[in-house]
Ligand binder design. Structure first.
Ligand SMILES: Cc1cc2nc3c(=O)[nH]c(=O)nc-3n(C[C@H](O)[C@H](O)[C@H](O)COP(=O)(O)OP(=O)(O)OC[C@H]3O[C@@H](n4cnc5c(N)ncnc54)[C@H](O)[C@@H]3O)c2cc1C
Ligand code: SF4
Length: 506
């Protein structure tokens, strides 16, 4: 039974079914998985450290585990390793839990088919909405909206509900949330707990340095939870220290503040060290205890019970088409500084810099800084997806791809978003202090100090003026564009072309 790196779940459905006297669990550290996209060292290290901890726990509990460590076997990919084991052992069946990656599932199915080994793929009980339940909810609708899914999830789980009515009488507290910090900045932000690597994790870090020395990112600050116990400590610290101000500053960014009031729980959730049920329950309990107000708690629950479950449903519904989607036909390469942070654009330097240091950036940094720029610079969606999958410790295909291709790049033409998420440098100026330390001016769309984000934003508006004018959610955005004189339009187009030609030197 294969156990994948994002299935480190004590409730893994195959565990309950196996016969400990004859069945075996197989873990593989495959170099090809880390190099399929050019993975951040911390992402590889987190998977290895957490896999090793889980395997050790299973061995201690009496399970038969075969663990193929990096450097100790000849198999480049998971598929190679599975084929070798299937050929050697000729098992009478393989039982697996649904992988988080369409490609991995297809490969497992192919490998078992080649050896005529029956394969049972069990639903993943970690999620609060199964793939079948999502498909039934979505029906044959061509456009899906998270808000309706989220309300449906609230009703069926009873989370933050008073009978049939949402707690506090409202489904959505966005009006109270999502403020900037103002001129004074964030003040003192409680630091998230750090989990100093133990001997096993230090060994995993050393293996990553040995086998992936040229990969991006640093390991110096590695302090992610790698066991369920640590993940629960991280959850408790978040609920106590940061949840009360989570919603209000959810979208705000500030120089030198990589984490803000965010939970940093995505990696622990995605590796299945934590269950979404317990995360949601802990947040709701904080509200019941009066430790956090409803706006903060609803804002957080919306992310876990709403967005996280929703994008998983979208992924399985829209794959494999989503992987090839390219609504705008964009083909540009990703600017090189996405891999180094070496750019004069302060917003990008900050966001990419903290990503390389920690393997982390919060949602608005991913969506409205790096994502916005990739869309405006006409980057091919698949290049952007590869970068996000590589760069973040929490990256697994089912969650990364819909967020990147669907939400940030609009590559699916708006399957679950009502408009492209685009903004000029003025948005960054409002939501952060990045612009005050920048060589560029967010208000300028032409001239020496023209902000590349602003220039490319205006080009996007002019390129798609007619379509955007027809959509009530974007009509306002293009109203100003309609007033531009012909000369200004030409100047914006010329400034944008200059940016395209020197994109790696911005
Ligand atoms: C381009 C892009 C790529 C992304 N790639 C990933 C990815 O590979 N893995 C990943 O887990 N998230 C991804 N996200 C979603 C989101 O940015 C991260 O979940 C979040 O920033 C993780 O930080 P946190 O744990 O501090 O989250 P918090 O802000 O504290 O939110 C709480 C939890 O809600 C969930 N969540 C919040 N937003 C989303 C969302 N849009 N989709 C799914 N779950 C959500 C996460 O599990 C998160 O831990 C991506 C977003 C964008 C725009
Ligand atoms: S001026 Fe433009 S490039 Fe500079 S930080 Fe602001 S948005 Fe980013």
């Amino acid at each position: 039974m294969p156990i994948l790196g994002d299935q480190l779940d004590r409730a893994h459905p195959a565990l309950a079914r196996l016969d400990r006297t004859r069945d075996r669990l197989l873990f593989v550290e495959a170099p090809g998985e880390a190099a399929q996209v050019w993975s951040h060292k911390a992402r590889i290290a987190l998977f290895f450290a957490a896999m090793r901890a889980f395997a050790a726990e299973l061995v201690a509990a009496g399970y038969a585990v075969e663990y193929l460590r990096i450097g100790t076997h000849p198999h480049a990919t998971l598929g190679d390793a599975w084929r070798a084991v299937l050929g050697r052992d000729r098992p009478d069946r393989v039982v697996a839990c649904e992988p988080g990656d369409w490609r991995v599932l297809a490969d497992l199915q192919r490998a078992c088919a080649e050896f005529a080994t029956p394969l049972a793929v069990l639903p993943d009980p970690h999620f609060l909405c199964s793939r079948d339940e999502f498909a039934a909810w979505a029906g044959d609708r061509s456009a899906l909206r998270m808000e309706y899914f989220y309300r449906w999830m609230r009703k069926r789980t009873g989370v933050l509900m008073d009978a049939d009515v949402p707690a506090g009488g409202r489904w959505n507290f966005d009006a109270e949330n999502r403020a900037s910090f103002g001129r004074g900045g964030p003040g003192a932000v409680p630091a998230p707990p750090r989990f100093a690597p133990d001997a096993r994790t230090r060994e995993a870090l050393a293996d990553v340095e040995r086998h992936f020395p040229a990969h991006p990112g640093a390991l110096a600050s590695f302090a992610w939870p790698v066991t369920p116990g640590q993940a629960r400590q991280a959850l408790a610290a978040f609920v106590r220290d940061r949840l009360p101000r989570f919603g209000r500053h959810q979208d705000a960014m500030w120089t030198g503040m990589p984490f803000g009031w965010h939970s940093l729980l995505s990696a622990a959730l995605n590796l299945k060290l934590l269950a979404p049920r317990e995360v949601v329950a802990a947040a709701v309990q904080a509200w019941r205890d009066g430790a956090a107000d409803l706006a903060a708690v609803e804002g957080f629950v919306r992310q876990v019970l709403g967005w996280r479950e929703f994008v998983r449903g979208v992924y399985w519904r829209d794959m494999p088409g989503l992987a090839a989607a390219n609504h705008f036909g964009h083909e540009a390469a990703l600017p090189r500084w996405y891999w180094t942070g070496d750019t004069q654009m302060n917003c990008m330097r900050e966001t990419v810099g903290q990503t390389l240091a920690h393997g982390y950036a919060h949602h608005i940094q991913r969506l409205m800084v790096t994502g916005n720029f990739a869309l405006l610079a006409r980057v091919r969606p698949q290049h952007a997806c590869d970068w996000y999958l590589a760069a973040y410790v929490d990256a697994v295909d089912w969650v990364e791809r819909p967020n990147t291709a669907g939400m940030a790049l609009f590559a699916d033409g708006g399957r679950f978003t009502s408009k492209p998420y685009v903004a000029s440098g003025q948005y960054t100026r409002r939501m952060s202090n990045y612009c005050s330390g920048c060589r560029y001016d967010p208000a300028a769309r032409t001239g020496e100090r023209a902000c590349p984000v602003t220039v490319l934003y205006w080009r996007f508006l002019l390129d798609h003026e007619r379509v955007l004018a027809r959509n009530p959610r974007t009509a306002l955005m293009v109203r100003n564009a309609a007033r531009l004189a012909a000369g200004e339009r030409v100047a914006i187009a010329a400034a944008a072309t200059r940016i395209d030609t020197r994109i790696d030197a911005l």
